[in-house]
Design a protein around this ligand. Structure first.
Ligand code: ZN
Length: 149
C-alpha cells in the first residue's frame, strides 16, 4: 500500500512539489518557510506555501493555501490521497490546529508526511486531530433540533 511508510517512493513526487512550493513561501516577517503538496484522487498534485501579511492575522499556512487552491478546482471531501508538509526546521513541522481542522473537513484519515532535508515522519489526520468536529456533528444537531417539540 502506498503512503503507509515514510520512505515509500510514492512520496517522492509530492516531496519535490512541496519543496518547490517551499521556495515560493512569502515569509518576510517570520522567515519560516513552509511548503505543502496535496495528492488528489485523480493523480493531480496541488501545492501551497505560507503567505504572511503585515497584519499578522491575515497570514495563511501552506496547508490551507493548498486546500483552498484545490477547492477552487473542485476539491470535495473524499478526494484527497496524501499530504506532505516540508520546512527546513530541525524539528519536523506539523500542521497547526487550524490547518488540522481544515484538513479534517476534506479527509478525516489522510496520510500526512512531515519532512525536512534529512528526516521524515508519517502521521494521519485522525492521529493529529482525534475526535474532530465535522459535518456529522452539525447533522446530528439538526436531527436533534427536529425531534424537539
Ligand atoms: Zn496552519
Amino acid at each position: 500500500m502506498p503512503y503507509t511508510t515514510p520512505h515509500d517512493p510514492h512520496w517522492d513526487p509530492l516531496l519535490e512539489a512541496a519543496w518547490h512550493a517551499w521556495e515560493q513561501a512569502y515569509a518576510p516577517y517570520s522567515h519560516f518557510q513552509v511548503g505543502a503538496a496535496l495528492l488528489r484522487g485523480d493523480g493531480s498534485i496541488q501545492v501551497g506555501c505560507n503567505v504572511e501579511n503585515a497584519s499578522y492575522g491575515g497570514t495563511i499556512c501552506a496547508e490551507r493555501t493548498a486546500i483552498c487552491a484545490a477547492a477552487a478546482q473542485g476539491l470535495r471531501p473524499g478526494d484527497l490521497v496524501a499530504l506532505v508538509v516540508v520546512t527546513q526546521a530541525e524539528t519536523l513541522t506539523p500542521p497547526c490546529g487550524l490547518c488540522r481542522q481544515v484538513i479534517a473537513e476534506f479527509a478525516e484519515d489522510l496520510p500526512i508526511l512531515l519532512a525536512n532535508r534529512h528526516a521524515r515522519a508519517l502521521h494521519s489526520t485522525s492521529e493529529l486531530l482525534p475526535h474532530a468536529f465535522t459535518g456529522r456533528n452539525l447533522l446530528d444537531s439538526a436531527r436533534t433540533a427536529e425531534e424537539l417539540p
